[in-house]
Design a protein around this ligand. Structure first.
Ligand SMILES: Nc1ncnc2c1ncn2[C@@H]1O[C@H](COP(=O)(O)OP(=O)(O)O)[C@@H](O)[C@H]1O
Ligand SMILES: [Mg+2]
Length: 359
């Protein structure tokens, strides 16, 4: 598969502070790649280096098989959309959309064609004569996306474009962005700290921490087979519950329970008496009829119930710590109740206690 963007051995420091550390990443042609990580992990810095707004300390950026490490942003074939919209307040929407094209001496007829197409795709025709001050947040962000769209670029870069919008609008625009990508099939690199955006939009997600990529994979890989404890804890809401124990004789011993591990697919074989951490997602705890497929069952006392509508979160105690269970929205559970729960090792994740790598 051909690569659209290649990031090679990238280092970036602000003075003595290393923000990106020997980072390598190949983005496929037409791929929707999401850079996901908590605030301060270096997502915007990486995007800005790709855009040419920041110079790397070392390493290279290639776009469409050309080394653009030292190229001007305007020469890179990229369009960038920021969280803050960055629209010119004194210009109309149309003015904002045409400004860059006029500067680039694009012929008038071509400008009109591109504006019409972008306005159609983003449904902003009725807004063209308005100024940004007379637009809602969602409309402003559509215009900001339109400005990248009219430039007819190879690669779109998005930096948290939905973060300033309220929850409902964010969800709506998220769906529109996905549709936009399905239609345009451009390469898109999208920065967010929101795991729902990452899971729903991405072909692949790169999870970053401290200027490094902790795992690169499809949403299913990241969710189903997290390669380390950090990713396992980061993805999933509420997150996995982790228990420390030791693996021997095909079982992991956690306080009070010996959980069988037959059926678990090891990424790397455990040593004898291996110190390990087992992570279990709330939705992978078996209850009711599903107990039939359990490799291990036990009883717990329900401590707290959180009804979420579509499902119900149940808190109980297991192995000396709070354990979360996701049941369906109709589940009849109340605090103080005894609940029979089960465990299926195939859905769990095991990690080496020392290296925190997946076993
Ligand atoms: N111009 C700068 N000078 C010094 N440090 C910076 C500068 N820009 C960003 N940083 C630091 O680099 C780290 C990564 O920042 P950033 O890429 O903005 O993170 P993210 O977008 O993931 O929240 C942070 O610790 C931030 O404080
Ligand atoms: Mg940022």
């Amino acid at each position: 598969m051909s690569h659209s963007v290649e990031i090679k051995n990238l280092d970036l420091s602000f003075g003595a502070v290393e923000v990106l550390k020997n980072l390598n990443l190949d983005v496929n042609d037409g791929e929707f790649l999401v850079l996901l990580g908590s605030s301060g992990c270096g997502k915007s810095t990486l995007l800005n280096v790709i855009a040419g707004l920041l110079e790397p300390t070392d390493g290279q950026i290639w776009i469409k098989d050309k080394n653009v490490t030292w190229a001007e942003p305007s020469e890179r074939g990229i369009g960038m959309v920021f969280q803050s919209y960055a629209l010119y307040p004194q210009m109309t929407v149309e003015g904002n959309l045409t400004f860059g094209l006029k500067n680039a001496k694009v012929p008038k007829a071509e400008i009109a064609k591109r504006i019409a197409r972008a306005a159609d795709i983003l449904q902003i025709e009725p807004l063209l004569k308005r100024k940004p001050g007379a637009l809602s947040g969602g409309q402003r962000q559509r215009v900001a996306i339109g400005r990248a769209l009219v430039r007819d670029v190879e690669v779109f870069l998005f930096d948290e474009p939905l973060s300033n919008l309220d929850a409902k609008l964010r969800a709506d625009l998220r769906v529109e962005l996905k549709r936009l990508h399905n239609n345009l099939k451009n390469t898109m690199i999208y920065v967010t700290h929101d795991q729902v955006e990452a899971m729903t939009l991405a072909d692949r997600i790169a999870i970053m921490k401290g200027g490094k990529i902790m795992q690169l994979g499809t949403p299913a890989e990241i969710y189903g087979k997290p390669q380390n404890l950090y990713v396992a804890d980061f993805i999933g809401s509420p997150s996995m519950t982790f228990f420390e124990g030791r693996i021997s004789d095909g079982k992991i011993a956690i306080p009070g329970h010996d959980l069988p591990l037959e059926g678990y697919e090891y990424a790397s074989a455990p040593v004898n008496d291996q110190p390990a951490i087992i992570g279990i997602r709330p939705e992978h705890v078996l209850t009711g009829d599903n107990l039939r497929s359990a490799a291990y069952t036990t009883e717990v006392t329900v401590d707290l119930v959180e009804p979420m509508g579509s499902d119900t979160l149940v808190y109980c105690e297991l192995g000396g710590q709070t354990f979360r269970i996701r049941m369906d929205g109709q589940a009849q559970v109340a605090s103080g109740m005894t609940l029979k729960i089960g465990f299926n090792p195939a859905a769990a994740s095991l990690f080496d206690t020392t290296t925190e790598a997946r076993l």
